[in-house]
Structures are given as structure tokens and as C-alpha cells.
Design a protein around this ligand. Structure first.
Ligand code: MG
Length: 304
């Protein structure tokens, strides 16, 4: 059985400005970089970047898991990481995979990226800089301000978009059914809306399926499919829309790839605000799948 030297370090990375979502304010991204070294002295890194309010383990649970491992880890121990530690599964799983995968992952320019705009009217101010960096797909958080205000900002944002640019609206599950209908009706005629993401709370899947039947705007699910268990359950419950998947908290990378391929899911890969270590692992995984939608990793501007 393969055995590796195991070490880890915890990082804290402050955001340039706080990230506001319908879950509240987020100021510092903390996570863990794990390092596996084989008997020949080759070392590979992986990143554990939990988002507990999104259904992953907490940072504390991930640290606790790393602490009990000690100085060495076997392949078996990695495969045995329990399903309630999906960020640990991804971090150690991708470090393990890195020993066998191609050394040069696709760069950001090869895979189209979607840039994350700040919530509220600040989005309009930030748009020109992102356009000049080459982005053509943008994500804007909704469900943060009262809907009348957001619809007014949305109209200004649409006017500021270049022809051919695409906008994704992400509600983070923060709308109720009536507000979701208001949004879907308002954006129905706009070809520049790629999709609306997670309009309703994850427990309202039947209602979301109903909205998808009633309106023409494509709907994507994110929080509903945050962990591998939830992804499987949502597919089984009949969701055939778009899946926003954060590989960083979606468990073992090989297990995720197999599921996406088997059911030919319409997938958007999305960031967990990880460092380049986790991002490179996600890009590696993406390069093995036929993903056609821009990936939600355009988040560099959020860090110093
Ligand atoms: Mg989302």
C-alpha cells in the first residue's frame, strides 16, 4: 500500500473587501494546505477550503482530522475519509491524484471564466475593470437588498454590459417563491441572462422544479448540490437544469468526475475562494470533463 509523509499548514487570507451574500458578511478566507511526499521525495499539495454554511465541514473539524493523521498517511486512509469531511476528501484526494496526472494544468485563459461582481450598485463601478481584464461572463448576487432596489440596479447593470456578455444572477437561496417569480418575470426577455442561480432555499426543490417548468430563464442549483450526497439526491429527485458545483467541497475528485460523466450533467464549476493550490486541482478536474459553461473562478480581484 502506498504511504506518504503528511504535513499541513493553516492559512488566513483577508478579502480586499468583505464578501456579502444572503448568508451574511465574510472577511477572511481560512483553509489548510496539505502536502503528501512519496518515498522518492516527490511532494504534491492539496487544499482543504471548507465553507461550513454551504454544507461542508467546519475548518475546526478539518484541522482535527489533519491532527489525528500524524506524520504519515496511506492511500487507504485517504479513501476512508468520511463523507462528512468533503473538503478534506477533495484536498487529500486531489493531492493524491496529482501524483498521476499531467504536470501542466490548463491555464485560466484556456478555460473561460466568470467574474464575481460585488452585490448592490458597487457591481456597476467594478464592471469596467473586469471587462478590461477580458471577462465576458459575470455573476451578481441578488436577494441582498429589497427587490425594487435590486431590479433598478439590475437594469443599469444590463445597460452597462457589452453586447454578447452574459450575466448570472445568484440568489444564494435567499428568495421566497413570490420574489423568485418577480425576478423570473422581470428577466424573462433578456438574452444576456445566462441563468438565475439557487432562487429558493435548498429544501424547496419541488417548488424550484415548478419554477423551471413555468419560466423560460434557465435555473441553476448551487446550495442544493453543495455536497456529493446532495448532488446525487437532487439528480434522483428529477432536477435536469444546471448544476453549479464547487469541486473544493464536493468530495473525492474522481467520484465527482464519474458522476458528472455518467449522467452528462450540465455543469458550472465554481470557486470556494480557494488559493491557487485548490484552483489548480479544480482546473485539472475540469480538463477531464467536457464543460461548456464559463467557470466561476474569476475571483482574484477579491484578494490583496
Ligand atoms: Mg451560488
Amino acid at each position: 500500500m502506498d504511504c506518504y509523509r503528511f504535513s499541513y499548514s493553516i492559512y488566513h487570507r483577508p478579502f480586499r473587501r468583505s464578501l456579502f451574500t444572503s448568508h451574511g458578511e465574510w472577511k477572511i478566507r481560512s483553509g489548510i494546505i496539505v502536502r503528501l511526499t512519496d518515498e522518492r521525495g516527490r511532494a504534491k499539495q492539496g487544499e482543504i477550503a471548507p465553507i461550513p454554511w454551504f454544507g461542508s465541514e467546519s475548518l475546526a473539524s478539518a484541522i482535527e482530522w489533519c491532527q489525528q493523521i500524524g506524520d504519515t498517511i496511506t492511500t487507504r486512509q485517504i479513501y476512508d475519509i468520511p463523507d462528512n469531511l468533503p473538503a478534506c476528501q477533495f484536498g487529500c484526494g486531489s493531492a493524491l491524484t496529482a501524483f498521476t496526472s499531467t504536470p501542466n494544468p490548463p491555464t485560466q485563459t484556456e478555460l473561460a471564466m466568470s467574474a464575481l461582481l460585488p452585490a448592490g450598485a458597487t457591481a456597476i463601478e467594478c464592471l469596467p475593470a473586469l471587462v478590461s481584464q477580458g471577462y465576458t461572463t459575470f455573476k451578481w448576487k441578488i436577494g441582498v437588498l429589497p427587490i425594487a432596489q435590486e431590479l433598478a440596479i439590475w437594469a443599469r447593470l444590463m445597460a452597462a454590459l457589452l453586447p454578447g456578455a452574459k450575466l448570472r444572477l445568484d440568489a444564494n437561496g435567499g428568495l421566497n417563491y413570490a420574489l423568485a417569480e418577480q425576478w423570473l418575470a422581470a428577466i424573462a426577455g433578456s438574452a444576456q441572462i445566462e441563468f438565475i442561480e439557487q432562487p429558493l432555499a435548498p429544501n424547496l426543490l419541488a417548488e424550484t422544479i415548478e419554477l423551471a417548468r413555468k419560466y423560460t430563464v434557465p435555473i441553476a442549483l448551487d446550495e442544493s448540490v453543495a455536497t456529493f450526497d446532495r448532488l446525487q439526491a437532487t439528480y434522483t429527485s428529477g432536477w435536469r437544469g444546471i448544476y453549479v458545483i464547487k469541486p473544493g467541497i464536493a468530495g473525492f475528485p474522481w467520484q465527482l468526475a464519474e458522476f458528472i460523466n455518467r449522467y452528462q450533467l450540465d455543469v458550472v464549476f465554481s470557486s470556494v475562494l480557494e488559493t491557487n493550490v485548490g484552483k489548480t486541482a479544480a482546473m485539472q478536474l475540469a480538463s477531464k470533463l467536457n464543460l461548456t459553461r464559463s467557470m466561476g473562478f474569476g475571483v482574484d480581484d477579491w484578494f490583496e
